[in-house]
Design a protein around this ligand. Structure first.
Ligand code: GLU
Length: 323
């Protein structure tokens, strides 16, 4: 009996040690995304899928987390709560240069770029019964400008300022998450909302397929905005993606790019593995979401303002994408 008991204890201890050894080898990394009806969430899933397939080779296990968006992700990557984050290119620029939400904290010096992904458009949706066809018509309306931590918050403030609308005085501004906005619009609790997002996506599909008819609202003065904000570019939302919307023509607005960022503190081999798996399986990756339709390997190295992480740079040099 005693011998048997000793043997069981020894066996259990041995199993524990073996489990610890396996655990020590596995590197857990988390990718911060956005709301689950956006494009960041499935994008994080697509990236994780690529690297997790090679778990035996790299010992990396990647998971995704739904978050409040770009600004939250930069901050979480900088304080070590997340290893990776998906972030709008304009926000990457502001974080590395200590602008907008980072004005007081200063430049986020450890921020590193991995690659850029799909284009995102500043999307403004309003109820048809609000009468708004252009952003300038939103005076006096209840508008969701974006939750703190989101990328769209600064974009909506910039858009309003070009048409001379003061968000404190001229509109009733709300700050809820983009995932909640379509429901609020359908319930008549807001007149319009902003979402900087790739197309097509679930939130805009939800907003355009309810009983309350909605339309995409154009953003005038985009040309002026681009002159003063070099990280913005003209962008078009193809209306065929949302047959439920009242618009007849494609929608002109401005946009940015989604980008993957990390910290200088994340080990080179982890960033190398993620970069390599996405690029070496590029066609499969591209097929994972319709918002990636315009992606090319070369375009994924553009639109970045933080320095490349050395792990990503190593892969780009090996692959001849960077000299
Ligand atoms: N661009 C949004 C943000 O930074 C997120 C969009 C998405 O989740 O696809 O907050």
């Amino acid at each position: 009996m005693k011998k048997g008991l000793f043997f069981s204890i020894a066996l259990a201890a041995g199993m524990c040690m073996a489990a610890t050894a396996v655990q020590a080898k596995t590197q857990f990394v988390t990718i911060g995304t956005g709301g689950i009806t956006g494009v960041y969430y499935p994008t994080g899933g697509a990236i994780a899928k690529m690297v997790n397939k090679k778990k035996k080779e790299y010992g990396i296990r990647a998971t995704v987390e739904s978050t409040g968006g770009s600004v939250f992700n930069v901050n979480a990557v900088m304080n070590g709560d997340l290893e990776f984050g998906i972030v709008q290119s304009d926000r990457q620029y502001q974080a590395i240069n200590g602008l907008a939400e980072w004005e007081e904290k200063g430049p986020q010096k450890d921020l590193r770029a991995v690659f850029s992904i799909h284009p995102e458009s500043v999307t403004l949706i309003a109820a048809v019964d609000s009468g708004a066809k252009d952003i300038a018509d939103l005076k006096g309306k209840k508008v969701n400008i974006g939750n703190p931590g989101s990328g769209q918050l600064q974009n909506s403030m910039d858009a309003f300022s070009t048409v001379g609308i003061d968000i404190e005085k001229d509109i009733a501004a709300e700050g809820v998450k983009a995932s909640e906005a379509p429901g609020l619009l359908q319930d008549g609790r807001i007149d319009a909302f902003f979402y900087t997002v790739g197309h097509p996506n679930g939130a805009i599909k939800e907003a355009t397929s309810g009983a309350r008819k909605v339309r995409f609202v154009s953003i005038s003065n985009v040309a002026d905005l681009i002159k003063t904000h070099p990280y913005y570019a003209k962008s078009i939302i193809p209306i065929e993606l949302y047959p439920g919307a009242e618009n007849e023509a494609d929608v002109s607005t401005f946009g940015v790019k989604a980008t993957l960022v990390t910290s200088a503190k994340v080990p080179d081999e982890v960033v190398y593995a993620i970069t390599k798996e996405v690029f070496e399986n590029f066609e499969e990756f591209k097929g994972l979401h319709p918002a990636y339709s315009t992606l090319t390997k070369e375009s994924m190295l553009e639109g970045l303002s933080a320095p490349f992480h050395p792990g990503a740079e190593k892969y780009y040099k090996e692959a001849g994408l960077l000299k």
